[in-house]
Design a protein around this ligand. Structure first.
Ligand code: 2P0
Length: 311
């Protein structure tokens, strides 16, 4: 039996769109922070056939099956019973596939005694879900060309930011990220501009993190998020991952900023709003979000560590 843990990550500079080649390579550079309060734990045991159980329910997951198939083309992976538990809503815009594939790859590497480096595991995790490459590491993480391999951009101590998550719905999304990206790339008239501008946004965010310049990071991160949602909204048929409460939270963050609180929002392929702030603003940010009608719960996270094996 082998048990591994990984945290989800949220991108401040978003990945949305893939290169037109095999291997699940992103079309845009991305930069994320890993969250300590959200956890995926995955237990592996040898089985007679593959079984995948998530939060107590057996599932046929084509992405997991495809991932195992790709691994087995290169490595000797026996039939596995995989039991995964998330302490947060699954498939609802909280990056459960990022932590899921990072935990699974970490567990397989130990269970099968492959001795792969973190870089190699990150490469494999990317093939399961590109954002999973970033969840192999803690702190601030880049996923960039030319190798499209994730690497740590800064550690947790460099800038211990907090994230307050406003959960506005626990329902699974209708359109998964892979299909959403395909649709956006094929139909949004603004997709080429998104791909063209992404390296500059990435460079601006990297510099802001290096300098611990919160205002600069806030500006470019909100812009990256809104550009991504703009190309989603202008896809045909349209892709909208927001609900009315999502918009209320965005307004709430803008109000806080007008009142001098250092905070910015980011939103992924789901209606939850993640508000990044400095530690001395956490209580105020949480209290504000909690009072917004439609917010079901809030959760405060610090930056988390690497994917790892649990004894
Ligand atoms: C990100 N997202 O950079 C972006 C922002 C969601 C919005 O990466 O197709 O599950 O499995 O590679 O990694 C979600 O997409 O997609 C994602 P696949 P993934 O975090």
């Amino acid at each position: 039996m082998t048990k591994a843990l990984a945290h989800p990550n949220i991108a401040l500079i978003k990945y949305w769109g893939k290169q037109d080649k095999l291997g699940n390579f992103p079309a845009t550079p991305s930069l994320s922070i890993t969250l300590d309060g959200l956890v995926t734990e995955t237990v592996l045991t040898d089985g007679s056939t593959d079984r995948f159980v998530i939060n107590g329910k057996e599932q046929d997951d084509p992405k997991v099956a495809g991932f195992l198939g790709a691994l087995r083309a290169s490595l000797s992976v026996p039939p596995l019973e995989i039991e995964t538990v998330n302490n947060f809503p699954t498939g609802a815009g909280l990056a459960s596939s990022a932590s899921g594939f990072a935990a699974l790859m970490t567990a397989i590497n130990a269970h099968c005694q492959f001795g792969l480096s973190t870089e190699m595991m990150s490469d494999w995790a990317r093939q399961g879900s590109a954002s999973a490459a970033r969840s192999m590491y803690g702190g601030f993480v880049s996923l960039v060309p030319p190798l499209w391999r994730a690497y740590p951009a800064a550690n947790v101590d460099h800038w211990p930011l907090n994230v307050v998550i406003a959960i506005t719905s626990e329902e699974k999304k209708d359109v998964g990220s892979t299909e959403g990206m395909r649709r956006t790339a094929a139909t949004s008239p603004f997709y080429p501009a998104w791909v063209k501008d992404a390296p500059e946004d990435y460079a601006t965010a990297s510099e802001a993190i290096a300098q611990r310049d919160f205002a600069a990071l806030a500006g470019v991160a909100e812009l990256s998020c809104l550009k991504m949602h703009s190309i989603m909204l202008t896809s045909v048929p349209t892709l909208s991952y927001w609900n009315p409460t999502t918009l209320s939270c965005m307004d709430g963050v803008r109000d806080m900023r007008r009142n001098g609180i250092a905070a910015f929002f980011t939103i992924d392929a789901g209606p939850q709003v993640k508000v990044v702030c400095l530690p001395d603003s956490v209580e105020q940010v949480q209290a504000t979000l909690r009072d917004i009608p439609g917010v079901l719960t809030t959760k405060v996270c610090a930056l988390g560590g690497n994917a790892r094996i649990l004894d």
